[in-house]
Design a binder for this molecule. Structure first.
Ligand SMILES: Nc1ncnc2c1ncn2[C@@H]1O[C@H](COP(=O)(O)OP(=O)(O)OP(=O)(O)O)[C@@H](O)[C@H]1O
Ligand SMILES: [Mg+2]
Length: 395
């Protein structure tokens, strides 16, 4: 169950039904890791499928525009055209057909040339779909400058289809740090004009509903207090919603009620997984000094003053501002006000406090773990020596 996405999904359905010219037919979503971009694209594709639309789903990378033209569109044409793969709907070229298998005769192959351009292919597919009162949805995940040229080609063709009044919709998603350079680059007017939404924190009420729904559906109950505790623990972070729900449910196996104790167990397991899957890889990509900056921030209960962080690190203001800028760029922190910074993912603070992520510790090579340990390990930095106090992360 997707927490807090009903409005987006509803708007999208309206856009599909409203027809040509609906602004929701070009949409762009940004969000941090684990904010639910990919699952949202999947859900939107699901809604389009339900209406009989053809769906082209890709991840941004160099060469992807050609792949759509040569593989995905021919396959969809074969699937949706009343005459099947033997109909001549695209003209030009004469090579063999990618994605069609070897069972076609030479004559049939000639009718489905691979060299078909993206534009003629999409036009043909939109026509075939229009005859069935449906259209074509293109989704592009993981936007980035890496496949910028392909993206430009795709959006140009979509734009042509819009102008020609064809039933086509386009939805893309990416990390803010990847999307913003794209939007400021030349040739991306189409993306800039798309309906943009940032997938931020989900409200407590939506989180509670998303955790409760599957529990009730699975014929269990959860008392209000336990539900509130579970919702609060997610801090509105979508990935955490999924994990807290799942692990609380698992903790309550064999019984009918998911109690506060089960939730507590679930929250701990969820935090471990977010640490391992989100925080740990993000931190490992940073320099030791960047990590020290974050660790120094984690001493505060809320937003940190950059000056305080600089003092804790024993560095000057201009030095600190370089690291501040780098960490903002890496989407680890953001500036809620002048001279103030805070973590983009709230659970990062707890993670840093718990894990004593010092420069030294992060640079220690990882010991190899057995597969069973890999799934449940908390962290793999050196543990404190028995009998000794744990290392002070702020030293
Ligand atoms: N709205 C939501 N409600 C419940 N669970 C969600 C929601 N959004 C995402 N999730 C869960 O969080 C996890 C991460 O979601 P997803 O992979 O879509 O994130 P993403 O934004 O694509 O991340 P990345 O930037 O790393 O690709 C998935 O397990 C998904 O089921
Ligand atoms: Mg994703």
């Amino acid at each position: 169950m997707l927490a807090g996405r009903e409005e987006i999904l509803g708007d999208f359905e309206v856009a599909l039904e409203e027809g040509l010219g609906s602004p929701g037919r070009a949409a762009l979503f940004t969000g941090l890791r684990g904010s639910g971009k990919t699952v949202l694209l999947n859900a939107l594709e699901g809604r389009a499928h339900e209406r009989g639309w053809a769906v082209i789903s890709v991840t941004t990378r160099p060469g992807v525009a050609g792949e759509i033209a040569q593989t995905q569109i021919p396959a969809l044409l074969a699937q949706h055209h009343p005459g099947g793969a033997t109909e001549s709907v695209v003209t030009g070229g004469n090579a063999s057909v990618a994605g069609f298998g070897g069972g076609l005769t030479r004559e049939q192959r000639d009718r489905f040339p691979v060299e078909a351009s993206l534009r003629s292919g999409l036009t043909a597919l939109a026509d075939v779909m229009a005859a069935r009162d449906a259209g074509v949805l293109i989704t592009v995940d993981e936007l980035g400058t890496d496949g910028a040229r392909d993206l430009q080609e795709i959006t140009q063709v979509v734009q042509h289809c819009f102008r020609e009044g064809r039933e086509v919709a386009f939805v893309a998603a990416g990390l803010p740090s990847q999307v913003s350079p794209l939007l400021s680059a030349p040739g991306t007017t189409f993306l800039r004009r798309a309906e943009q939404a940032h997938l931020g924190q989900v409200s407590d009420a939506d989180v509670a509903a998303a955790i409760r729904g599957p529990i009730v559906h699975g014929a269990k109950t959860i008392p209000d207090e336990a539900l509130r505790a579970a919702a609060r623990a997610t801090q509105g972070y979508p990935f955490m919603v999924q994990l807290v729900g799942y692990h609380s449910w698992r903790a309550a196996r064999g019984v009918d009620t998911v109690t506060a104790e089960h939730v507590e167990e679930g929250v701990q397991a969820a935090a471990r997984r977010v640490g391992r899957l989100v925080h740990e890889p993000a931190l490992s990509e940073l320099s030791g000094i960047d990590r020290s900056f974050l660790t120094a921030m984690a001493r505060d209960e809320g937003p940190s003053r950059v000056r305080d962080v600089a003092d804790r690190l024993g560095v000057g203001g201009s030095y600190a501002s370089v690291y501040r800028a780098r960490l903002i760029n890496a989407e680890m922190i953001y500036a809620p006000g002048w001279g103030v910074v805070d973590f983009t993912l709230p659970s990062m603070r707890e993670y840093l406090r718990e894990h004593a992520v010092t420069e030294l510790a992060m640079d220690t090579p990882r010991p190899r773990l057995a597969a069973s340990e890999e799934t449940e390990r908390r962290h793999d930095w050196p543990s404190p020596t028995p009998g000794q106090p744990p290392p002070d992360p702020y030293q």
